[in-house]
Design a binder for this molecule. Structure first.
Ligand code: ADP
Length: 158
């Protein structure tokens, strides 16, 4: 664990694509930290709908007006990335009980692997708790209009 006086949090995810749910969560977390690094975790085994460059470009556009928010990407364990950049906090969202069950295990593991890495959870606002990247991808693949679930600056070509 580092002794950095700066409160840095990492918000990890695939962001394939970023949704209004992710964006709302980060904006609510901004007052809690000195810096939030929105980090795209790259899993070479996983197939994504959008290329990494596109996902990073959207994240940068969405948070261009938030000086405390940085955008990055990493391969390997989230906890190792956090240690590397001196981040002592992970930010995660909870939409429902299945998020809780999954996140609880991951956060307990990250505490050990990340040497005291603390996960901070924000409960989703009701207006966003039904939104997931998975659903958005299904809408896009089916030729539907996903724009109600995409933050301003994110445009998916049909
Ligand atoms: P992954 O691809 O690793 O499943 P996601 O992009 O789905 O990651 O989610 C990253 C984080 O964002 C998770 O903590 C998830 O709970 C949170 N999140 C996703 N959608 C929402 C939402 N609508 N409201 C609040 N949190 C959300």
């Amino acid at each position: 664990m580092t002794n950095s006086p700066i409160k840095v949090a990492v918000f990890p995810g695939s962001f394939d694509p970023i949704t209004t749910g992710h964006a709302e969560l980060v904006r609510r977390a901004v007052p809690l930290f000195d810096k939030i690094v929105v980090a795209v975790g790259v899993n070479t085994q996983k197939k994504y709908l959008f290329p990494l460059e596109q996902r990073l470009e959207w994240l940068k556009a969405v948070f261009a007006d938030e000086p405390k928010v940085e955008v990055s990407s990493f391969e390997g364990l989230t906890a190792h990335f956090c240690n590397k950049i001196d981040a002592r906090y992970l930010l995660r969202g909870l939409r429902n009980a299945s998020d809780f069950d999954y996140e609880k295990t991951i956060s307990q593991l990250n505490d050990i692997v990340g040497d005291g890495l603390e996960t901070v959870f924000l409960i989703s606002q009701p207006a966003y708790s039904h939104i997931s990247s998975t659903i958005v991808r299904e809408i896009i693949k089916g030729g539907g209009d996903a724009s109600p679930f995409l933050p301003k600056g994110v445009e998916v070509r049909k």
